[in-house]
Design a protein around this ligand. Structure first.
Ligand code: SF4
Length: 460
């Protein structure tokens, strides 16, 4: 039996220059975890395809195709699903977007998985083999992440990623920022047993690993236990964190001792009023300098992310942010556009205010304007966003930020070079030539498409 597991290309993660294709992120864990969760059979042949680093085959003679879907790749996922179903090969869809909009996804699938896959996927697979696959599989509510198997990295392509060895220790976040999909999909914050995480880290081949947790130190006591156990492994690692970690010197010391060399922080805005409005008031712009100084003091490179398009943003926000990023000496800056992912509080608010301009999920990559901004036009927002990127990665500004710093030069150099290439793509590629690709009022998902109100009442 042949099982094909696919993660379609989500565009935003991929850098293509001629034949050179590189994912700007770590290797995703979704499909290799799904492979590990699949019950073993002697006749089972599993093939994994990550569309961000390799072409998705359309002629594969699979017995079953399963596709992991995030919003930015939903359109591609549906096209692939429709293609395989057209060849009479059954298709299963799961993942974040399917969990939020099951009523949409089921129109393109023989079965869907809503929520976590740990128990639902093995059950679905056994049902499929027995010829009794149902339409919907939904994971029971759980309070832990016990027994998650080690991902099948042996089946996954390693080349083409910034970091091929990724790890997950926790899932979810205790905070509820209005634009974030995480609280909508994983309402509970869950931790894996430290021993399981250490087992997975030991199995990685490289010296560098990337945690894909959305906030690795969300629970400081758990993080301290994990970092302490990591010290003897001698790995170098990077991940995502929130600014409050700088208030805990013991945590910072253990972070450093365990090999941390890079952290991404979502600063989002330099305006306290904006941060309060988006429920991220725990970020204090007056303290950003302290955060970066604390990281640089222990030789941790900072990727600092800012978002454009908030309701308080005016045309001045772009140049002001570029200046601030330079002053703060953020090692690797990153910008995105305020994007109302379905399922979020932001989506509900802007839909109610009739301010969503595009329901083409291809545009939901944080690189396209999909909303009507409050204090500028969509075109002004888009051109300001591109201009901010171009200014930020001009060589004199890169040098200005790096001057006098002793943080990890290799990480900073590769990071800035990658974003310089990205800026070229932003200006040259057809796909990024317009603020949005489709004005489609009236095609918004109706109530019945959401998880909260989803009931299968008809045969899709
Ligand atoms: S943006 Fe970050 S801090 Fe806010 S809810 Fe999402 S993961 Fe948590």
């Amino acid at each position: 039996m042949k099982l094909l597991l696919i993660m379609p290309d989500a565009h935003m993660h991929t850098l293509k220059i001629g034949p050179f294709v590189r994912s700007m992120r770590e290797m995703p864990l979704s499909i290799c975890t799904l492979a590990a969760l699949t019950p073993e059979y002697p006749d089972l042949d599993i093939r994994l395809i990550d569309g961000s680093v390799e072409p998705v085959p359309l002629d594969y003679d699979a017995n079953l195709v399963a596709i992991s879907v995030i919003t930015g790749c939903a359109a591609s996922a549906y096209a692939i699903a429709d293609h395989y179903r057209g060849r009479n090969i059954p298709v299963v869809l799961g993942g974040v977007h399917v969990t939020i909009l099951p009523g949409e996804a089921i129109r393109h699938a023989d079965a869907i998985v809503i929520g976590r896959a740990e128990k639902a996927w093995p059950r679905l697979f056994e049902d499929f083999r027995a010829g009794r696959m149902q339409k919907i599989y939904e994971e029971d509510d759980v309070d832990d992440l016990l027994g998650v198997p080690a991902p099948r990295r042996d089946l996954h392509r390693r080349s083409g990623y910034m970091v091929p060895d990724s790890i997950q220790a926790t899932r979810g976040c205790k905070k509820i920022c209005d634009f974030c999909t995480v609280p909508a999909v994983w309402p509970k914050y869950l931790r894996r047993p430290v021993d399981d995480v250490i087992r997975d880290i030991r199995a990685t081949k490289g010296r560098y690993i990337a945690f894909n947790d959305v906030s690795i130190a969300e629970d400081p006591e758990y993080a301290k236990e994990l970092f302490t156990a990591m010290i003897p492994l001698g790995k170098k690692w990077g991940g995502l964190a929130t600014v409050d970690i700088v208030n805990d010197p013991e945590l910072l010391a253990l972070m450093k001792a365990s090999g941390c060399g890079y952290l991404l922080f979502g600063f989002e805005s330099d305006s306290q009023a904006t941060l309060k409005g988006i429920r991220k008031g725990f970020n204090k712009p007056v303290n950003y300098e302290d955060v970066i100084r604390a990281m640089h003091a222990i030789n941790i490179s900072v990727q600092g992310c800012f978002v454009f398009g908030f309701d308080h943003d005016t045309a001045e926000v772009f140049q002001n942010t570029v200046e601030r990023v330079n002053e703060l000496k953020i090692d690797i800056p990153r910008y995105s556009l305020y994007t109302p992912y379905p399922g979020t509080e932001l989506f509900r608010r802007l839909q109610g205010e009739d301010r969503i301009l595009s329901y083409n999920w291809d545009d939901y990559d944080t690189m396209h304007v999909v909303i009507q901004p409050a204090l500028m036009t969509p075109e002004e927002l888009y051109s300001g966003f591109k201009r901010a990127y171009r200014e930020t990665f001009k060589l004199p500004n890169v040098i200005r930020r790096m001057r006098g710093l002793s943080t990890n030069t290799a990480i900073n150099f590769i990071g800035n070079l990658t974003y310089q290439m990205f800026v070229r793509r932003l200006y040259n590629e057809q796909r990024f030539s317009a603020p949005y690709s489709m004005l489609a009022p009236g095609t918004a998902p109706d109530e019945g498409w959401y998880r909260s109100s989803f009931k299968l009442t008809e045969t899709p």
